[in-house]
Design a protein around this ligand. Structure first.
Ligand code: AP5
Ligand code: MG
Length: 187
């Protein structure tokens, strides 16, 4: 049986991080969240991390070339050899092309779109209160998602990889739907 290697899409606050943590435990593959990696760098206070924090707090995207190095290095780690759950990458056309190149002979099993309407994600994010969860940054992130990341769904759909999952409901309900989607792809 092949390893679980997938990308999870969904607008900000859709529950990608929440659900990837569960899937990672269930399938024994790492959850690679570029947002978490950037926040860890910010926390460490390195010049790179501080610059990234400024960009994140404004709700903008960190430049592609920086992201490529970060992701390529992470996916070269031994724990990602058997599979990975990518959360927050790719976010642009260019990132999607680079991901294909990095994955090489171990392509994605699926690209999941965790669908949650905008009014619900805004409510969830304002309740969470992360540093980039100000109304202004949330608006900017949602706009960028619509303009740059949502079009990638078409790219994966045309390759037969896109799986739509309803992300509204309790965490447990959504988790069950995701596991069913993954199992359907594995069998
Ligand atoms: P990133 O960390 O990826 O943030 P995001 O895209 O804004 O997505 P979120 O983490 O906000 O949403 P999520 O879907 O993970 O939701 P969560 O599980 O937390 O990126 C942050 C920034 O980093 C970007 O803006 C950018 O600057 C930079 N960056 C990252 N990757 C980049 C890239 N590739 N290129 C360039 N820049 C990049 O859930 C949200 C809340 O809802 C939580 O409080 C949770 O407890 C709650 N919740 C979850 N599920 C449910 C449920 N079923 N019911 C009720 N509440 C729920
Ligand atoms: Mg997240």
């Amino acid at each position: 049986m092949s390893g679980v290697r997938l990308v999870i899409f969904g607008r900000q606050g859709a529950g990608k991080g929440t659900q990837c943590a569960r899937l990672s435990e269930r399938y024994g593959v790492p959850h690679v969240s570029t947002g978490d990696m950037l926040r860890a760098a910010a926390e460490a206070g390195t010049p790179f991390g501080l610059k990234a924090k400024e960009i994140m707090d404004a709700g903008d995207l960190v430049p592609d070339d920086v992201m490529f190095g970060l992701v390529e290095e992470r996916l070269a780690q031994p724990d990602a050899a058997a599979g990975v759950l990518l959360d927050g990458f790719p976010r642009t056309d260019e990132q999607a092309s680079v991901l294909d190149r990095i994955l090489g002979e171990h392509p994605l099993m699926a690209a999941i779109n965790l669908e949650v309407p905008e009014d619900i994600v805004i409510e969830r994010m304002l309740a969470r209160g992360r540093e980039d969860d100000t109304e202004e940054a949330i608006r900017r992130r949602l706009d960028l998602y619509l303009a740059q990341t949502a079009p990638l769904l078409e790219h994966y759909d045309s390759r037969g990889l896109l799986v739509e999952v309803d992300g509204v409901g309790t965490e447990e309900e959504v988790a069950q739907r995701l596991v069913a989607a993954v199992e359907a792809r594995r069998s």
